[in-house]
Design a protein around this ligand. Structure first.
Ligand code: FES
Length: 274
């Protein structure tokens, strides 16, 4: 939020106690590269995910029971036969409602309020600040103390919903071991689905809220050896949370793209069994 006009020259990096430097930064390295790549990467994912979520085609491979994560769970009469693993409690939906509408808002909320993504888009899109020792364009700073950013505190609740969605994705990956003539089958699509779901688990479990849920508010780790062990494992994963955040954006797109190609008969699934 901007300071009143009268305070413009005395707020933020122009505060009286700050060094009087006219240049926005004295850094001579390519400090802008990281925020630029972040903008490009996140924008590309948002555009792809939005288009695919609304397009309503090539999201289910009936022969092998491959279902893209962008449409899971598919819970309405608009879903193609076979793709609704949990029934169709909702009627036909108008085209402006994505078929994955039940969980997509929660997944969006989970990623938007993620501690890593917050850092990423605050720095890259909002430039607050764009990099260390680079002055931000904003004069004032209220952090996450008022609307709308105070809603970032809801992250822990999105985490619990994300856990359920990851269980559903796991179920989808298991039921996809299906042969063309029924029974067990196994192809390249299964490898992609399973790798994707493993990495989704890594991203979800490495969440800072998960770390707090497993080991937070304990006064004596020695009195809670199981929770301490869980907290230790989550902490290890947590150090790689940024990596999982980016990798899972890639694997979600790869999984959806591969299923789209097979479902549209653009390519055939590479089958190992069945
Ligand atoms: Fe990133 Fe929770 S998912 S901190």
């Amino acid at each position: 939020m901007s300071a009143p006009a009268a305070e413009r020259d005395t707020a933020g990096v122009f505060s009286p106690g700050r060094a009087r430097i006219a240049a926005r930064t004295l850094r001579s390295d390519r400090w802008w590269l990281s925020p630029l790549l972040t903008v490009l990467g996140l924008s590309a994912f948002v555009v792809y995910a939005t288009v695919r979520s609304f397009v309503r085609s090539a999201y289910w491979v009936a022969d092998y029971h491959y279902l893209t994560p962008f449409y899971s769970p598919c819970l309405s009469d608009s879903c193609v036969p076979g793709s609704s693993h949990f029934g169709t409690p909702f009627p036909e939906l108008p085209m402006w409602i994505p078929l994955g509408f039940v969980v997509l808002p929660f997944l969006l909320g989970f990623r938007l309020t993620c501690y890593y993504y917050r850092k990423a888009y605050y720095r890259s899109f909002w430039q607050s600040p764009p990099a260390c020792a680079v002055a931000e364009p904003h004069r004032g700073y209220t952090g996450e103390t008022r609307l709308p950013l105070i809603l970032q505190n809801a992250h822990r609740y999105f985490f619990y919903v994300a856990l359920i969605v990851t269980v559903i994705n796991t179920y989808d990956a298991i039921t996809a071991f299906h042969g063309k003539d029924g029974g067990f089958g196994f192809g390249l699509g299964n490898v992609i689905l399973v790798v994707n779901v493993i990495l989704l688990w890594a991203y979800t479990v490495s969440c800072h809220s998960c770390r707090h849920a497993t080991g937070g508010r304990l006064k004596h780790f020695s009195a809670h050896p199981v929770r301490y062990w869980m907290w230790t494992q989550v902490t290890r994963l947590n150090t790689r949370h940024m990596m999982f955040a980016w990798i899972t954006l890639g694997t979600l797109v790869l999984t959806d793209f591969y299923i789209m190609l097979v479902a549209s008969n653009t390519i055939s699934d590479l089958r190992f069994v069945g």
